[in-house]
Every structure is written in C-alpha cells, then in structure tokens.
Write a protein that binds this ligand. Structure first.
Ligand code: ATP
Ligand code: MG
Length: 355
C-alpha cells in the first residue's frame, strides 16, 4: 500500500487547533482508502522562538525535504514582530522550497451565506493564482537617515522574466484544466511603468501557447469592483504577490468567511514538498476557545490530496465538507453558528465512518 509522508506544522494561535483537526479528518478518510498517511508533527513557531531564539531549527528544511506534502497552520504571535514570525518560518519554507505558485480557490459552499445578496452561489467559483516568490514582497529595499527629516525608505518590487513566465504558464495551464478555460491577468501597468508592463508583455507571449484559453487583462482596482459586481465573469485569476494577497482576502470574505478559505503553496516542478494551509492567520483573539472554524484547513487537505494525485479521496473529503457546511447547526461562530471546532471535525469524520 502506498504511504505518503505528511509534515504537520501547526505553528501559532488557532493553527494549533485547526491542524490537528485537519490531521484527524485525513486519518478518518485514509482508513477507507487504498493509501496510508504517515504524519510527523513539528512544534515550530512562537513558542519554539521563545525557547530557542528562532522560529524553526537551522536544519528545518532538511527535515521537511523528504516529505510528500506539508500541512501548515499559521505563523504569527502578538508578542513577536511579524518580520520574525513570517520570514522565520512560513516564508522560509515557501522560499526554501521555491513554492512559487500560491493557489487560492474560492467558492460559496452549500449552506453558507455570502455577503453578495445579488449573486447566485454558482456565480462565484474562482481560483486566484498568486505569484509567491518575488514581486512586491521580494524583500529588497532599505532605510536611510532614520529619524531625520531626510529619511528615505524603499521596498522594491522585483520581477524577473523567468519568475513571471513560470507563474503565467502555471496560470494558463490551470485555466486550461478548468471547464470555462477563462483567465484574467490582473495588472497595474497604467501606473507602474516597468515591471507591470513586462508582466503584461509576458502574459501575451505565454497566451500564444494556450490558444484554447480565453483571457483578458484587468487593472487591480477595477478587479475588486468586478469581483463584487460581476463575479460570474471571473474564473481563474493570476496576479502579483501583493495584488493577489489583497484580492484573495476579498474573495474569502465574499465567500462567507476568512475561516473557510484554503490555499496551496505549490512547487509545480515537484522538486520539493508543497505546503497547504488555511489563509487565515493565528487569530489569538479566539485561540483556545474552540471557536476556530476548521473548514479552511479541511479544504486545504482536499488540495493536498489532489496534489498527491489522490483525486477520488479529495472528492470524498470535499463532499463531506459540503455536507457539513450545508447544515447550519454545524456552523462555527464566524458563520453565525454555535458549533465548536471539535464538533465540526467530528461531523466531517463521521461521514467516513458511514461510508
Ligand atoms: P495573523 O497576525 O497571524 O494574521 P490575525 O490575528 O490577524 O492573525 P486573521 O487570521 O488575519 O488573524 O483573522 C482576523 C480575524 O478573523 C481573527 O481575529 C478572527 O477573529 C477571525 N478568524 C480568522 N480565522 C478564523 C477561523 N478559522 N475561524 C473563526 N474566526 C476566524
Ligand atoms: Mg491577519
């Protein structure tokens, strides 16, 4: 029987609640599948930082290298600066394993009431592809003359031809694999005259490799309005690191809650393990109260299974999640319900017991 090695990194805050929930659901599912899952858990994050002065060990990436996939929770701690929690763990893994495609599906799940009252549930079915390795978050910049009237600070948006080509190709391929074969390339080349212009040029070049994909270009500001006013005109969307960061939070909110949205940090070339995580953060305000919605993590587990090539298991899990969200008594507080993390987790696991 095939065995997949899965690393679990709960991280901080509610990550410590939703990742074990995700593991429980995967274990319940795998019990009736023809593959095994071999989990290893890593206690990296804020507490590890307090004990060791770093978010993860120096040889942490080596411990993950042989894994088939990573299930991640969240990195963030109100008592540790963001640049340490973020760059010291999550981004270290994303960059160390060149997970350059950040894939974020959004749909309104059954039973969930999104804020777009005029929108039919089926009108909102998107996948946002975020460039995950460079752009506005390349970390290039600096400050000088701190505290003086002449102080300057810069953050350079760095785009390389190779980096843009590979994310465009990934997005066109993904659009091609979906039924509508529709791609929107998000840009801001009217105001950013260098990197974004190259981004547009490369989109046009790559589009020639995919004659069956219908594509258009949209300015990022116009795209936010389009997401609200004409959601059905979008399907696959590709955007830079910063633009997609913002668009995908909007997408999650339009789908009903930050707590249900999943994401995959993918190395499409499969040189390294890819990493799957809910898009929400550590949410210390609700930590330890059983209020965390685990659906975003479960949906991330669906993406993890798809990445492993276990499509029928992925489908079974997605169906179980949808059966549970369809039941308002099984909603957590963020969706207006009263269920706990454990109750939602048990309900999803129970679907496999009966299967
Ligand atoms: P970080 O600093 O790590 O980003 P955060 O505290 O900003 O964490 P976010 O994840 O950005 O938290 O979420 C903002 C708010 O949304 C949280 O404070 C929380 O109340 C709510 N929220 C986020 N995720 C969930 C979830 N899974 N279930 C329920 N509520 C959630
Ligand atoms: Mg946050």
């Amino acid at each position: 029987m095939k065995t997949y090695k899965i690393a679990c990194i709960p991280g901080d805050g509610i990550g410590k609640e939703v990742v074990p929930a995700g593991q429980a659901v995967l274990e319940a599912l795998a019990a009736s599948e023809s593959f095994k899952l071999d989990f290893s858990s890593f206690d990296w994050g804020g507490d590890y930082y307090r004990a060791h002065g770093k978010m993860m060990p120096d040889n942490g990436l080596d411990a993950l290298r042989g894994m088939d996939a990573i299930l991640f929770g969240s990195a963030g701690d109100p008592h540790i600066p963001d640049h340490i929690t973020l760059w010291g763990l999550r981004l270290k893994i994303c960059q160390g394993f060149d997970q350059y495609a950040n894939v974020r599906p959004t749909r309104i799940l059954p039973g969930i009431d999104g804020p777009l009252k005029r929108c039919k549930t089926e009108d909102l079915d998107w996948v946002i592809v975020r460039e995950n390795s460079e752009g506005e978050y390349a970390g290039v910049g600096g400050r000088a003359h701190q505290g003086h009237p002449i102080e300057v600070a810069t953050d350079l948006s760095v785009m390389t031809r190779a980096g843009v080509e590979r994310i465009m190709r990934y997005a066109f391929k993904l659009a091609q694999s979906r039924s509508r074969k529709l791609l929107t390339v998000v840009t801001k080349s009217n105001a950013q005259r260098h990197a974004m212009v190259m981004w547009d040029e490369i989109a046009l070049e790559i589009s020639r490799e995919f004659p069956d994909v219908t594509w258009d270009k949209e300015l990022v500001d116009a795209c936010t309005a389009r997401m609200v006013n004409r959601p059905a005109t979008l399907d696959t969307v590709v955007a830079t690191n910063l633009h997609a960061d913002i668009l995908s939070d909007l997408a999650a909110a339009l789908a009903g809650s930050l707590g249900i949205a999943p994401t995959g940090n993918i190395d499409p070339e499969r040189r390294y393990p890819s990493m799957f995580e809910p898009i929400h953060g550590s949410a210390f305000d609700i930590m330890g109260k059983g209020l965390a919605n685990p659906v975003g993590t479960f949906w991330s587990c669906v993406m993890l299974l798809e990445h492993l090539g276990e499509h029928s298991a992925a489908k079974r899990l997605m169906t179980a999640i949808e059966q549970v969200t369809a039941e308002p008594t099984l909603h957590t507080r963020d969706l207006g319900g009263t269920s706990t993390t454990a109750q939602v987790t048990d309900a999803v696991c129970a679907k496999f017991a009966r299967a």
